[in-house]
Design a protein around this ligand. Structure first.
Ligand code: FMN
Length: 279
């Protein structure tokens, strides 16, 4: 218990740069210690993941709440090496996808609902953006629940949104039917390293009390850049050929450089082609 309190406080100080009160009498502190200690893992031990454990974790994940009980998330276990290879080929700069003992894809499935309407002889007038959004949110919640379950048994994982860099290729490899789309992949395995906590924006930036107020966002981001650079400085700068070597290279510079390059501009087209109406 005292260990949990110390672990939570240490992790949160590193994460948010803030001393957050933890009452030792509060229940569930062991679970909170695990949650606050989160870090993504990209290196895995040479130890297989038992198929039964993977199935149990899928069942835990799909026990998550679901919008209107519509159950619009599917989990695809990419067990076939040739299918995984086809996906990996679209993301050559992330070797951890190939190395991970297991690779899953969390997909939004907006195809079952109109099928139900058809089977029950009912109209389906709700064919608009909310349908796509609901399926995407369900998939994200299922993936988050999977990660909580995986962390509880000591597994490491890293989500992979890069599977949306070439969505049609991934869709073809996985044989995704109409109205089924990839939300993110997930590399899973027993971690080879303990990993590191990544600092986040301060809670005063991201937790809003009642309503947004005037704030000096530039100053808040600058403070975060500097706090983060002290703990986890970037090892290399992005697109130096274009933007030069920055004297101080913080999170905001990295994200601005990342998003100065156009990516995934075909995703809307892909989703529409899959049969969704995004209006
Ligand atoms: C939806 C989502 C997609 C992500 N996609 C990728 C990815 O394609 N490749 C990757 O290496 N990490 C990916 N990540 C991991 C993030 O880079 C990571 O969560 C972030 O850097 C913070 O680090 P932490 O998870 O260790 O706190 C993704 C995370 C999320 C939640």
């Amino acid at each position: 218990m005292a260990n949990d309190v110390a672990a939570i406080k240490t992790a949160l100080f590193e994460r948010f740069g803030e001393d957050i009160a933890v009452d030792p009498s509060w229940p569930g502190l062991d679970a909170l210690a695990r949650i606050t200690g989160h870090r993504s893992h990209r290196r895995f031990a040479d130890r297989p993941l038992e198929p039964g454990l993977l199935r149990l974790l899928c069942a835990c994940a799909l026990s998550a709440p679901s919008k209107s009980d519509l159950q619009q998330c599917d989990i695809i276990h990419v067990a076939d090496a040739s299918i995984r290879k086809a996906i990996v080929a679209t993301i050559p700069d992330m070797p951890w996808i190939e190395d991970a003992p297991a690779f899953l894809v969390f997909a939004g499935n907006g195809g079952r609902l109109p099928r139900l309407s058809h089977l029950r002889g009912k109209p389906f007038p709700n064919d608009h953006l909310d349908q796509f959004f609901n399926a995407a949110v369900d998939a994200a919640i299922v993936m988050a629940t999977f990660m909580q379950a995986a962390a509880a048994v000591g597994l490491g994982f890293c989500p992979i949104s890069a599977i949306r860099d070439h969505p049609q290729t991934v869709s073809d490899a996985l044989g995704l039917p109409d109205r089924v789309f990839p939300v993110a992949g997930l590399c899973i395995g027993w971690p080879a390293q303990s990993g590191e906590i990544t600092p986040r924006l301060s809670l005063s930036t991201t937790v809003v009390e009642n309503s947004y107020r005037e704030r000096d966002l530039a100053a808040e981001i600058d403070a975060y850049d500097r706090r983060r650079a002290q703990l986890r400085p970037y090892r290399r700068q992005r697109n130096v050929e274009q933007w030069g070597e920055a004297k101080f290279y913080g999170w905001s510079e990295d994200k601005a450089r990342q998003y100065a390059v156009l990516t995934r501009d075909d995703f809307g087209r892909f989703v529409r082609k899959k049969g969704f109406c995004l209006d």
